[in-house]
Design a protein around this ligand. Structure first.
Ligand code: ARG
Length: 505
C-alpha cells in the first residue's frame, strides 16, 4: 500500500479546507480499477475522511481559482452585452450542476478513484480510457497549469504597472517563474505542497468576499448606472456563444473534482450528491454577485479593456487598501496552480503505473518521496504552453478537449444504463439530465469549429486520436524500445528517482 504513504498528505489537505490538491486519482493501482464497488474488499484502502463539509470545500476550493478574476472581460467581449454575459455565467453554473449530478451516479456506481478513467474502462474498455489519461497528462493538466500561471502573472505584474498595459513578455516570464517555484515546492515535499494549498485557499475566499461586500456597498450607494439596458449590443452568433461558454466554463471547471476522490468520501452515495448540490450553486451565486459587483464600479466598456478586472475593481473601491486585491488574487491563483500540479503529479503517476505512460514518470524521488519526474514533465509542457499561448487561446484549447471527455462520460453513463442495467446505483440521476449535458457538449465541441475553424481545434482532435499510435504498439502489444531502458537508467541517476516497488517492498 505504498500509494497511501506517499499521498496520504493529499487527504489531509482536503480536510483542511478544500484544496485542489486532492483532485487527482490517488495512485489508483490496477486492483482498484477492476470494477465497480471493488473498494470494500480491496487490499488498498484509502481512509474515508472527506465528509459533507470537506466535500463542499473541495468542490468550491477547486472551482474558484483564476477564472472569475480573468474571464469576465473575455466573456463580455464574446457576447457583446452584460445581460448575455450574465445569462451565460448562470447557464454555465447550471450545466456544471447537471454534469456533476450525472457524475454523481457514475461516482457512486464505481467508487474507485480515477473518475473518467474508471468510467471509460467500465463502459468502453481500455483504449478510450487510455486516450483519456493520455490527453489529460499531455493536454488537460498542463494547460490548466499554464492558464492559471498566466493569470497569476497578469495579476502580479498588473499590481506594479498602473498606467500602461503590462508587457506580455514580462507576464510570461512571471508565469514561468511561478511554474518553477511551484515545481520546486511540489518536488520538495508533499506536506509543504498541501500546506501551501490550505493557506492559499483562504486567500481566495478573502478575495471573493472583498469583491462581493464592496459591490453590495456600491449598490447601496445607488451605483447601478452600468446595469441598465443589459442586452444592448448582444451578439448572437452560434460560435461566439459557444466560445463564450468556454470562457465561462473555465471558471467553473473542477465541478467533477470530488469524483477523483470518491474512495476517500465517507458514505459517498449520500455525501457525493449532497456536496454537489450545495457546492456548485454556492459557486454560481458567488460568481453572479461578483459579476454584478464589478459592474458597480466600471462600465462594460472598461471591463472589456481591463487587463485584470479585480485590480481595476480594487483601485476604484479600496483606496489605500487597493493592494489587497492583486495580492489576494495572486495568492489565490498561486494556490490553484499548486493544487493543479499536485494533482497532475498523481495522475501521471497513476497512468504510468498502469503501463500507460513512460515508466520513468511513475518513479519517485528516493529521499523526498515526491513523484518528481512526472511533476517535471508536466511543468515542461505547461511552460511551453505559457510561452506559445495566451490565456484565451489556452482556455479554448482546454475547454474543447475537456468537453470531449465530459461528453464521453455522459455517453458512458447512458451506455451503462443499457449494458449494466442491474448494477447497484445508490444515486440515480434522471436520465434526461445526461442526455441534455451530452447534447450541450456536442454543441460546445462543434459550435466553435463550424463558426471559426481554427487550427488549434484540429491539433487538439488529432492529438487525442494520435494517442492510438502509441496505444497499439506500446500498451496493447507491450513493445519495448531497445535503447529506452538506457535512457530510463540515465534519467534515474540524474533525478535520483527510483521505481516505488524498490523502495517499499
Ligand atoms: N475553475 C478554475 C479557475 O477558474 C480552474 C480549475 C481547473 N481545473 C481543475 N480541475 N483544477 O481557475
Amino acid at each position: 500500500a505504498f500509494g497511501l504513504g506517499l499521498y496520504g498528505g493529499g487527504g489531509d489537505g482536503s480536510e483542511g479546507g478544500g484544496c485542489n490538491g486532492t483532485e487527482g486519482p490517488a495512485a489508483a493501482g490496477p486492483d482498484q480499477l477492476e470494477g465497480p464497488g471493488s473498494i470494500e474488499n480491496d487490499s488498498i484502502h484509502l481512509k474515508r475522511r472527506v465528509g459533507l463539509i470537506s466535500g463542499v470545500a473541495l468542490i468550491v476550493g477547486t472551482m474558484i481559482g483564476s477564472g472569475i478574476f480573468v474571464s469576465p472581460s473575455g466573456l463580455l467581449l464574446r457576447t457583446g452585452s452584460i445581460g448575455m454575459s450574465f445569462v451565460i455565467w448562470m447557464a454555465c453554473g447550471l450545466l456544471s450542476l447537471l454534469g456533476a449530478l450525472s457524475y454523481a451516479e457514475l461516482g457512486t456506481m464505481n467508487t474507485s478513484s480515477g473518475a473518467e478513467y474508471a468510467y471509460f474502462m467500465d463502459a468502453f474498455g481500455a483504449p478510450p480510457a487510455f486516450l483519456f489519461s493520455w490527453a489529460s497528462t499531455l493536454v488537460l493538466k498542463p494547460s490548466q497549469m499554464a492558464i492559471i500561471c498566466l493569470s497569476f502573472g497578469k495579476y502580479a505584474v498588473e499590481a506594479f504597472v498602473t498606467q500602461c498595459e503590462p508587457p506580455e513578455i514580462v507576464v510570461k516570464m512571471v508565469a514561468l517563474l511561478a511554474i518553477v517555484v511551484i515545481l520546486y515546492v511540489n518536488c520538495y515535499s508533499v506536506n509543504l505542497a498541501t500546506s501551501v494549498q490550505n493557506v492559499f485557499t483562504a486567500a481566495k475566499l478573502v478575495a471573493v468576499l472583498i469583491v462581493i461586500i464592496g459591490g453590495a456597498y456600491k449598490i447601496s450607494e445607488g451605483n447601478t448606472q452600468h446595469l441598465r439596458q443589459p442586452f444592448k449590443n448582444t451578439q448572437y452568433s452560434i460560435g461566439n456563444i459557444a466560445t463564450a461558454f468556454y470562457t465561462g466554463l473555465w471558471a467553473y471547471d473542477g465541478w467533477n473534482n470530488l469524483n477523483y476522490v470518491t474512495e476517500e468520501i465517507k458514505n459517498p452515495s449520500r455525501n457525493l450528491p449532497r456536496s454537489i448540490v450545495i457546492g456548485i450553486p454556492l459557486v454560481t451565486v458567488c460568481y453572479a454577485l461578483i459579476n454584478i459587483s464589478y459592474l458597480t464600479v466600471m462600465s462594460p466598456m472598461e471591463m472589456q479593456t481591463s487587463e485584470a478586472v479585480a485590480v481595476t475593481f480594487g483601485n476604484r473601491l479600496l483606496g489605500v487598501m487597493a493592494w489587497l486585491m492583486p495580492l489576494s488574487v495572486t495568492i489565490s491563483t498561486f494556490g490553484s496552480a499548486n493544487g493543479t500540479l499536485f494533482a497532475a503529479g498523481r495522475l501521471c503517476f497513476a497512468a504510468s503505473r498502469e503501463g500507460h505512460l513512460l515508466d520513468i514518470l511513475s518513479y519517485v524521488h528516493i529521499r523526498r518521496y515526491t513523484p518528481a519526474p512526472g511533476l517535471i514533465f508536466h511543468s515542461i509542457i505547461a511552460g511551453a504552453m505559457v510561452l506559445y499561448g495566451t490565456i484565451d487561446s489556452l482556455i479554448d484549447f482546454f475547454s474543447f478537449t475537456a468537453w470531449i471527455f465530459y461528453g464521453g462520460s455522459m455517453v458512458a453513463l447512458i451506455v451503462m444504463r443499457h449494458t449494466k442495467p442491474n448494477y447497484p446505483r445508490p444515486y440515480k440521476v434522471p436520465i434526461i439530465i445526461p442526455y441534455m449535458v451530452l447534447l450541450i457538449s456536442i454543441y460546445l465541441i462543434i459550435g466553435p469549429i463550424i463558426d471559426k475553424p481554427t487550427i488549434e481545434y484540429l491539433y487538439a482532435a488529432l492529438f487525442i486520436l494520435g494517442g492510438m499510435i502509441f496505444y497499439v504498439p506500446f500498451v496493447h502489444y507491450k513493445l519495448r524500445v531497445p535503447f529506452m531502458d538506457g535512457i530510463t537508467v540515465f534519467l534515474q541517476m540524474l533525478f535520483e528517482v527510483a521505481p516505488t516497488s524498490n523502495m517499499f517492498e
